[in-house]
Design a protein around this ligand. Structure first.
Ligand code: FES
Length: 104
């Protein structure tokens, strides 16, 4: 079975921005890329920094870690720029009834 958890109303998060959400013990980073939403774990896999506090680059579909500049593809969590090596977990996202929901 699948369960979906609501993070926010669609439209709460402006286009091109990333924002942290804490839900069910997880800290997640939600990205709005031109109305498509993506969600990954917010904690960098390289050190203690939150990707939502770094730079969100929707040209290259990456989050840049604020601490050492590691890059993660927010579409799938893949590490794609040093010193990041391990992926962050990514989550399925949907918009239902005007709300952005994540599958935990
Ligand atoms: Fe994120 Fe080092 S803590 S790249």
């Amino acid at each position: 079975s699948t369960s979906w958890s609501t993070l926010c109303a669609a439209g709460d998060l402006p286009d091109g921005e990333a924002r942290a959400f804490e839900i069910e013990g997880a800290r997640l980073c939600l990205v709005n890329d031109a109305g498509s939403y993506f969600c990954v774990d917010d904690l960098c896999t390289h050190g203690k920094a939150y990707l939502s506090e770094g730079y969100c680059d929707t040209e290259d579909c990456v989050l840049e870690c604020p601490l050492h500049g590691g890059l993660f593809d927010y579409r799938n969590g893949e590490a794609c720029g040093e010193p990041a090596e391990k992926p962050v977990k990514s989550y399925a996202v949907r918009v239902a009834d005007g709300h952005v929901q994540v599958q935990l």
